[in-house]
Design a protein around this ligand. Structure first.
Ligand code: CU
Length: 603
């Protein structure tokens, strides 16, 4: 009690109550093993140097001990959205079995009807430069969200009940009224957010061939709606002149939608319902790290493959968990051949032994199982630290080290696919002269309370409600510099409307910067400079067109963005209208409170 004596009786009462709730939840979850000190708790205890108090947020009751690789990987069904017909995508409450030994889990899912609504939603397949029309409908009848809301953060709170949703097509160039603005939400009961314009969206699919994804973006509850399942892949296909035709296709092209979840024994989702600082935010937590890996809606599935090449289009749909992926066959590592990014193909493939994928990020890669024998098992593994990159590593026996098992089955035919030498005419960006470039810089910070717990996250000390400061001219080229002052977590920064490139990353002395005893206007090596070393170019994982890039802690990360269509032409629509666009951190708990800013473009 010595530590607790520093706090008011109410705070002591709360901590005891929270501990009791955690204990009761653990008992009712059917857990039979003693909860051990997990990497999550270690992350919590290392988070605050000035406090021995643990984060309540990160101590969730462990999920039931589910056997890995007993369910087949679901293949996400594809819906063609470039037929000329309007597609209606409907959100419903669904109950879906995530694992052989779990009762069905209550989720929200998308489909064209209640009977085919699923988590994740179907893969929407568009043809480049052919318009898609999608009407997004909300059929979720719940009086309120089944996951706990925090009413102290700016959030969609309908007065007449219901669950607000609004769908953002992440990576698409489009008119703002079709962008899924966080305040353009709507409920089943006809109530709409203050920036609602329409729910009949049009996508011109002018971006280069690539995998995008659609997901909910409702203000203050995005983390809840994504944990509940409102997301799915969206792929833009090019003509045969725009895409290599020899790559693995058909059954040899697989969408992998990865999320971590924490589950109760009754199948339901275990999501934080008590915040670290209840006086400020009774429910909101700065992060959610589940202890169970879910791929395409199944817990640790397996997938049978031939000894052929496979194209994996991987999407990290997690709230906060970065993935550091490897493919292992016994002691051997199979390389990933990276062929594309969030924003399309590279010029030629890059061989990588591991892949880091932030929440919101996608990778297009080929893995070659040639030479493996029937019966061989190959694992898609994860070594990403909890709180990436500065958090503690996963324990040797942590089940989160595995994602998916590939099982080799025999096939007497030949694999006709190949990775062509030349994938596209992609070339790295040319940096214009400084006098033709606008520079913007942003500090990325987390507000910490006396107990060392985060209470909000900010971009340039501004929140979502502050007036628009990022107003860019159409056609302008800008360099955005992210000065990340948070100690351990990278913030994956996503810009709506545009694609960009990572220019470079440069280490800096955040302590001296915060004390104003150095400056970033001096180059590395000059007296008074905050820089601790020269800048490094984007590494092989960061090259290529991006719509999301990690701002690394203790570094200045620079991106180059031009406010025109990805193919270099002017936008074929008016991007200047209401309700405008956004840029934000894609860690969903950060985005929800309040690491998101409006962004407008003007003529
Ligand atoms: Cu963040």
């Amino acid at each position: 009690m010595g530590q607790l004596a520093r706090y008011s009786p109410w705070r002591v009462l709360f901590i005891l109550l929270a501990a009791l709730i955690v204990f009761l939840v653990f008992l009712t979850s059917g857990g039979s093993t003693k909860p051990k000190r997990t990497a999550l708790e270690l992350a919590a205890s290392t988070k605050a140097d000035n406090s021995s108090e643990q984060s309540v947020c990160l101590i969730l009751a462990p999920s039931p001990n589910l056997t890995q690789f007993v369910d087949a990987l679901p293949i996400i069904p594809i819906i063609n959205v470039s037929t000329g017909e309007k597609i209606v995508m409907k959100a419903f409450t669904i109950h879906q079995k995530l694992h052989r030994d779990l009762p069905p889990t209550r989720l929200y899912g998308f489909g064209t009807s209640e009977s085919n609504a699923q988590y994740p939603g179907p893969a929407l397949q568009a043809t480049r430069n052919v318009r898609s029309r999608i009407r997004w409908e909300n059929h979720i009848a719940d009086e309120q969200h089944f996951l706990a809301l925090d009413k102290t953060i700016l959030a969609a709170l309908p007065r007449r009940g219901g669950v607000p949703i609004v769908t953002h097509l992440h990576g698409m160039e489009l008119e703002p009224k079709y962008d899924g603005h966080p305040e353009a939400w709507f409920t089943k009961y006809g109530e709409t957010g203050p920036r609602y314009v329409t729910q009949d969206y049009e996508y011109l699919n002018t971006v280069l061939p690539s995998m995008l994804w659609y997901h909910d973006h409702s203000i203050g509850i995005t983390r809840l709606n994504l944990a509940a399942g409102l997301a799915g892949p969206y792929v833009v296909r090019g003509s045969k002149h725009e895409e290599p035709t020899s790559l693995p296709k058909g059954d040899q092209e697989i969408f992998l939608f990865i999320q971590d979840k924490q589950l109760f024994a009754n199948g339901s989702i275990n999501f934080p319902s008590v915040g670290d600082d209840v006086t400020m935010h009774p429910v909101w937590c700065p992060g959610y790290y589940g202890d169970t890996m879910v791929v395409n809606g199944k817990v640790w599935p397996y997938h049978e493959v031939f000894p052929f090449k496979y194209r994996l289009r991987i999407l990290n749909g997690a709230s906060e968990r970065f993935l550091d992926l490897q493919i292992n066959h016994g002691n051997k590592t199979l390389p990933f051949h990276k062929i594309g990014t969030d924003g399309g193909y590279l010029r030629s493939s890059v061989r990588l032994n591991h892949l880091v994928l932030s929440p919101g990020e996608r990778i297009d890669c080929v893995v070659d199982f040639t030479g493996l024998k029937a019966g061989d098992r190959v694992l898609l593994n994860n070594t990403g630290n909890v709180a990436y990159p500065g958090g503690p590593p996963l324990d040797a026996g942590d089940k989160m080290r595995a994602v998916l098992e590939f099982r080799i089955v025999a096939n007497s035919t030949a694999d006709r696919s190949r990775i062509p030498k030349n994938l596209s005419d992609y070339s790295p960006p040319v940096v214009p002269a400084a006098n033709r470039t606008r520079f913007r810089h942003f500090i990325l910070t987390e507000t910490i309370n006396n107990a060392g717990n985060g209470t909000e996250l900010l971009l340039a000390n501004r929140s979502f409600q502050d007036p628009v400061t990022e107003i860019s001219h159409l056609g302008a080229t800008e360099i955005w510099q992210f000065i990340s002052l948070t100690p351990s977590v990278a913030h994956p920064i996503h810009l709506h409307l545009v694609k960009f490139h990572v220019l470079d990353v440069q280490p800096m002395d955040t302590g001296s910067y915060l004390n104003s005893t150095c400056s970033l206007i001096y180059d590395y090596g000059q007296p008074g400079s905050c820089f601790l070393g020269p800048s490094r170019p984007p590494d092989p994982q960061e090259i290529g067109w991006k719509d999301i890039a990690s701002a690394w802690p203790g570094n200045v990360t620079r991106i180059l963005v031009t406010f025109r269509s990805q193919d270099g032409s002017a936008f074929r629509f008016d991007p200047t209208g209401e309700p405008g666009f956004l840029w934000h951190c894609h860690l969903l708990s950060h985005e929800d409170n309040s690491m998101m800013r409006p962004m407008n473009v003007v003529y």
